[in-house]
Ligand binder design. Sequence first.
Ligand code: F7E
Length: 328
Amino acid sequence: MKRVALITGLSGQDGSYLTEFLLDRDYEVHGLVPYGRREFCDRRAELHYGDLTDGSHLTSLLTRIAPDEVYNLAAQSHVRVSFDLPVYTADVTGLGALRVLEAIRQHRESTGREPRFYQASSSEMFGNAPSPQDETTPFGPRSPYACAKVFAYWQTVNYREAYKLFAVNGILFNHESPRRGEHFVTRKITRAAARIKLGLQDRLVLGNLDARRDWGFAGDYVEAMWLMLQHEEPDDFVIATGETHSVRDFLEQVFGYLDLDYNNHVETDPRFCRPTEIDALCGDASKARRILNWEPRVSFSELARLMTEHDLEIARSDCDGVATESSQ
Ligand code: F7E
């Protein structure tokens, strides 16, 4: 019998990598996706339109699908945007996780079946706690997004302890890929640098260049999610590379790879800064290495290179489009 997985947020970066990972392991994969979002949806997955604001829909979905594993990846996940949409972010990112947990609890009561639950927790929850951060580091959220994630984190722990659900938190540090949304800093940089290289634009406007993050590859991180649900005991794990780099370092990598000097192209504007920023994050994933035998494979420079190459391809096809239009 095939194992069945339900992924909320299947159409996002992580959802798409996780879908491929699970399909390769012969899972039947179902996804909860917003209406119309099909960009990264693998055709082999079965899509269900909806979101985390509707608890009764989640309950009926569980009855229909009867999953063995539920991965809660859906969220309003942009930190800067969460300052503009704090209530929406709390609803989707915070209460959304609780709705999934409650649907699982009710599903178990009525059917006796108990899917394992993965909650996408975030390094944002640590705020400005000193580096390196691990599973014992106290939280100090500094954005509406982070507050919502802390709420979801504790609900997950609570459902594990109060109702004995197999519910885990993966505390993932920043993870990127060519599928990263264009409003997150790494992809914003690789996309703009590629376009600057090909003469499609000249300037890139960013916020705080001194912020430091622990950036890994999303493809490596979805394996950790799966490993957490295969472990005999439910537990929480930090997933990170253990290296920290500034936004400036990322600019240097990407522009340097393209033989460009970012100083000639980058401007800063407070518009892209946050009211409260996290200065530096650097994770200690030794628990995941020891217990799950997990480790990251893609280095910082490889990550920058593979994202830049992908965006060069897109920029080249944009150039071809412009050339075709002007020759018509
Ligand atoms: O910002 C700085 C910005 O938006 C990274 C999400 O996946 O990872 C992500 O959250 C840093 C910040 O990611 C711009 O101030 C400078 O210090 O790429 P980001 P994030 O906020 O770290 C965590 C783990 C999550 O859970 C989140 O869901 O870059 N920065 N200039 C900028 N950031 C953006 N977006 N745009 C700029 O122009």
